[in-house]
Design a protein around this ligand. Structure first.
Ligand SMILES: *Cc1c(COP(=O)(O)O)cnc(C)c1O
Length: 370
């Protein structure tokens, strides 16, 4: 079976992990710090604006807390979004309000967000679908005008840019994922960006037992190093140096990964755009760059095509099943584009480990389908 997503881990990552074993320091330490610094550099932001975190979902949960969102508040979220984002809204007692997306990009816009703003709205959690940035200028402007916090789910778009600036660092908070299916893989792991550096200090405490980072609260600390102080009941949602060792190696390779993904993206579009029963994704607008997380096609024959490809050893899927259709979230919303998207969209394999033969085979099978 040709996988839809796949990590590329090799002897470099193994070697790096071996060194961690030899060092006898497996916990969060120097390598995690190095990874955090390197990510900050890569994103053109300060180390003090970012922190590693156990996963992207945890980052979304922490966002709600940092922004003081809770019962009585509304948070706008596109229905085509990852389940962890809405769970974060629900878990803090706030009300998720679904907005629509564009039919072709699956990204939301300021227009669809604006339709859903009420006096209770506190924040918006956008997603840069498949790695292509939303039109951030108009969304940022709308949020400012209405005093809303903007959270960017940057799990699909780790190194995407909008007008020269990295997505995830444009809103108030941004969250990254390094789980096994993302472009940068460390098994599990995440990163959070906060515009306000104090929020990062908060997150550092929140994710490590509520401990005050400077254990020097007591002047006896040099003599009695087992003393500590906390000012809240924090959790433990950090990453460790085994994960960071993988991440550091992945960071050395990520530009090549994205280049290869872009290349496959272009080949798909060139080959598939001639099929009149199928729509290919738009080109990335010239003021943005993508991290090419997904390649999505749209056709009214989606279900049959998915089955046909699976029978021929090609795994496909649809991301993300509309949240307003999930019973637990109790929505009676009608979102025309989201529903079109949900019935017609198929994501086909896109990752750097695909060979040219794989790519040609996938194209051939899609062309053969009709
Ligand atoms: C993968 C993903 C997440 C969650 O990331 P984890 O690190 O697995 O928690 C969040 N949002 C989107 C859009 C994702 O694709």
């Amino acid at each position: 079976m040709i996988n839809i997503y796949q990590p590329s881990l090799g002897k470099e990552e193994l070697k790096a992990i071996e060194k961690v074993f030899e060092s006898n320091w497996l916990g969060k330490g120097n390598l995690t710090e190095k990874f955090t610094e390197n990510m900050a550099k890569k994103l053109n932001t300060d180390r003090e604006n970012v922190e590693t975190i156990s996963c992207c979902t945890e980052g979304l949960f922490q966002s709600m807390k940092i922004l003081n969102i809770g019962r009585g508040d509304e948070v706008i979220i596109p229905s085509i979004h990852f389940i962890g984002a809405i769970n974060a809204i629900k878990a803090c007692g706030a009300t998720p309000v679904f907005c629509d997306v564009e039919k072709d990009t699956l990204n939301t816009t300021s227009f669809y967000i604006n339709e859903k703003i009420t006096h209770k709205t506190k924040a918006v959690i956008i997603l840069h679908y498949g790695g292509t940035p939303c039109d951030l200028d108009t969304i940022v402007r709308l949020c400012k005008q209405n005093d809303l916090k903007l959270i960017e789910d940057n799990a699909n778009s780790p190194l995407s840019t909008y007008k020269g600036k990295h997505t995830g660092t444009i809103g108030d908070i941004g969250v990254w994922s390094f789980d096994s299916m993302k472009q940068i893989v460390m098994g599990d792991g995440g990163l959070i960006y906060c515009k306000d550096k104090n929020d990062i200090k908060n997150i550092q405490q929140e994710s490590y037992l509520g401990l005050l980072s400077s254990s020097g609260f007591s002047n006896s600390i040099d003599k009695k190093w087992w003393e500590f102080d906390v000012d809240r009941p924090g959790r433990r949602t950090i990453i460790n140096d085994i994960q960071a060792a993988m991440g550091l190696e992945q960071l050395k390779k990520i530009d090549k990964f994205i280049e290869r993904r872009k290349n496959i993206h272009e080949i798909y579009t060139n080959e598939l755009r001639e099929l009149e029963w199928l729509d290919v994704p738009n080109d990335v607008p010239s003021d943005r760059t993508s991290s090419y997380y997904m390649y999505h096609i749209q056709t009214k024959y989606r279900d049959e095509l998915a089955k046909y490809l699976k029978d021929n050893g090609i795994y496909t899927t649809f991301r993300y099943y509309p949240l307003h259709w999930v019973k637990y979230y109790e929505s009676s919303e009608k979102l025309k584009n989201s529903e079109y998207v949900a019935n017609n969209t198929l994501c086909i394999p896109l990752h750097q480990a695909l060979s040219s033969n794989d790519v040609n085979y996938i194209i051939e099978k899609i062309k053969e389908f009709k």
